[in-house]
Design a protein around this ligand. Structure first.
Ligand SMILES: CC(=O)SCCNC(=O)CCNC(=O)[C@H](O)C(C)(C)COP(=O)(O)OP(=O)(O)OC[C@H]1O[C@@H](n2cnc3c(N)ncnc32)[C@H](O)[C@@H]1OP(=O)(O)O
Ligand SMILES: O=CC(=O)O
Ligand SMILES: [Mg+2]
Length: 556
């Protein structure tokens, strides 16, 4: 018999759910599901804590002047002749993958978009409020069951799934983010174990029969910095497979190489995950952010304007080439990244040039040997598919076709080569405008937004933040000014004031007053000017979206 009070979650011993109660959420937060998450947390929390300590230790070495590099201790793994488990047939062709937050209408649109894969995102594209996370789980359960519907009453439109849909991958949060609404033995559960655990618990069986042809579920794993973190994921997958009594190697995951230290660990990461690997992906935006973050104490590594740090910069090209070589050598997909352009309404020329930029980016990717790539918006899928299907010429992927032996010699200097380009006042202004507006959206519950005709999410906003921090910290000199202009806290203060004025004019007075712009501005400014660089924009800001029930706001 169920003894839980009405209107509260039925939590097992040691688990305390502090998030708002909702009958629909309680279908996800069942006693058994919470027990599964709690088991994962208890088994892996020490390893996670140790890995986060190791990250801090490595950062102390970089701050003392060391540069990231290949680890001599794992040379045999890099040089050895091993391959990952064979690619599962249902995901052999991953030519175009659409990504987006786990919002109900977008989940349906993404699954119907014509992309091969939909990466449902609890990470860069989602503001991880309790409501967003829990609705996301309800949405994914309904999507996997095939019953998901959404009614847009204003537009008199009903959304439901087509017969053929994209294969679902789910991206849980990174290791660093806690889930403050669920405590296990008094401490917050790791956000990624919460996301993974609930999704796996409710969906593994239906996914394997409806979508995975006996494989799955499938995941994307973000922001790792070292292969020891991949080992934890591999152990989590083993534990989940044992618990569900499904064959070992059912779960597959693509790791985003999106931190600078991880670029030197591609082989090691694949090796740790080799029974469960579904390749690697170039997470270009977080990678740029990580370049600044990792080399925060190196004043000779100032980034040029964000707009000029593209995939054609030599350090970015080397990273993508090495990723293709490594993945194909190990028998798995080498996925490309996200072009930030999105369709532009009401300006045909601007739209054509945005689509053209995406096409060029994708052409470069497929010609380099990437097996597939990401699309930010359904309106780009047809163009991207055209470029990639020509490049794949009837094959599912290029794994056996393009070896990229020429990239075998890419070394530390190539991966660390200094980015080139100008640093301008407009770069500083744009970073500020974008960072504040993104933060305002995130605090209000939207984790991905269109700004100035580009997709912005947590990763792209991070670049704006750390670049401002770096320029202020080291007094970057701006190019293109009649007189010498150095970035100082005072100059930045003036820029913030002027850009807040511009934001108000652009969004309109009423929206500005009702929105979270003031709070966003103070978070962003504090982070850009603090003596020590914060690890993540969203970690500090997370406290502002945690709401414990019953009761007021909570701080971790
Ligand atoms: C760095 C990284 O990590 S990249 C991966 C993480 N980032 C992302 O996933 C961002 C994905 N993209 C998006 O979130 C969106 O495209 C945005 C926010 C940039 C723009 O969204 P909108 O302002 O809604 O765009 P727009 O108004 O043009 O949308 C038109 C339609 O396409 C849908 N749509 C747009 N993008 C997506 C998407 N990625 N997935 C599914 N549907 C989408 C909209 O829901 C809308 O549907 P409707 O016509 O049925 O109402
Ligand atoms: O997650 C993707 C990225 O570019 O960051
Ligand atoms: Mg990312």
């Amino acid at each position: 018999m169920n003894s839980k009070p009405a209107g509260s979650y039925d939590a097992p011993e040691g688990v305390d759910v502090r998030g708002r109660y909702d009958d629909e959420f309680s279908e996800i937060l069942t006693r058994d599901a919470l027990d599964f998450v709690a088991r994962l947390q208890r088994e892996f929390r020490e390893q996670i804590r140790h890995s986060m300590d190791c990250r801090r230790e490595a950062q102390r070495r970089y701050d003392a002047g060391e540069l990231p590099g290949f680890d001599p201790a794992t040379r045999l793994i890099r040089e050895g002749d091993w391959v990952c488990a064979p690619v599962p047939p249902p995901i052999a062709n991953r030519m175009v993958e659409i990504t987006g937050p786990v919002e109900r209408k977008m989940v349906i649109n993404a699954l119907n978009s014509g992309a091969k894969v939909f990466m449902a995102d609890f990470e860069d594209a989602l503001s991880p409020s309790w409501e967003n996370l829990m609705r996301g789980h309800v949405n994914l359960r309904d999507a996997v069951n095939g019953t998901i519907r959404f009614e847009d009453r204003e537009r008199n439109r009903v959304y439901k799934l087509n017969h053929n849909t994209a294969k679902l991958f789910v991206r849980p949060r990174g290791w660093h983010l806690p889930e403050a609404h669920v405590l296990v033995d008094g401490g917050p559960v790791a956000g990624c174990l919460f996301d993974f655990g609930l999704y796996f618990f409710h969906n593994y069986a239906a996914f394997r029969s409806n979508q995975g042809q006996g494989y799955g579920p499938f995941f994307y794993l973000p922001k790792m910095e070292h292969s020891r973190e991949a080992r934890i994921w591999n152990d989590v997958f083993n534990r989940a497979e044992q618990w569900a009594a499904i064959p070992s190697g059912s779960i597959r995951a693509t790791v985003l190489i999106e931190t600078l230290p991880a670029a030197f660990q591609m082989n090691e990461i694949l090796y740790e995950l080799r029974p469960h690997s579904a390749g690697l992906n170039c997470g270009r935006w977080d990678y740029i952010f990580s370049y600044v973050k990792t080399l925060r104490a190196h004043p000779d590594r100032l980034l040029p304007d964000r707009v000029s740090v593209t995939m054609t910069q030599p350090f970015m090209r080397s990273y993508s080439d090495l990723l293709i070589f490594t993945c194909h050598r190990r028998g798995v997909h080498a996925m490309g990244g996200m072009a930030a352009q999105i369709p532009i309404r009401g300006d045909a020329d601007a739209h054509a040039s945005a689509v053209d930029a995406v096409r060029r980016d994708k052409l470069r990717e497929v010609q380099a040997g990437h097996d597939g790539t990401w699309a930010a918006h359904p309106g780009l899928i047809a163009d991207i598919s055209k470029v990639f299907s020509a490049g794949l010429s009837e094959r599912d992927n290029l794994i056996g076709a393009v070896a990229r032996e020429d990239a075998a010699g890419i070394g530390e200097d190539d991966l660390l080569e200094r980015p080139r380009g100008k640093r301008t006042m407009e770069g500083l202004r744009l970073n500020t405008r974008v960072g504040i507006q993104y933060m305002a959206a995130w605090l209000a519950g939207a984790g991905s937004v269109p700004l100035y005709n580009l997709m912005e999410d947590a990763a792209t906003a991070e670049i704006s933040r750390v670049q401002n921090w770096q320029w202020i910290r080291y007094g970057a000199e701006l190019d293109g000014q009649a007189v010498k202009v150095t970035v100082t806290p005072e100059l930045f203060g003036r820029v913030v004031e002027e850009e807040m004025g511009r934001i108000e004019r652009e969004v309109g007075g009423e929206k500005f007053r009702r929105g979270m712009y003031g709070e966003a501005c103070s978070v962003f400014v504090r982070q850009c000017t603090s003596p020590e660089l914060d690890d993540f924009l969203t970690l500090d800001a997370y406290n502002r979206i945690v709401v414990h029930h019953p009761g007021a706001e909570a701080r971790l």
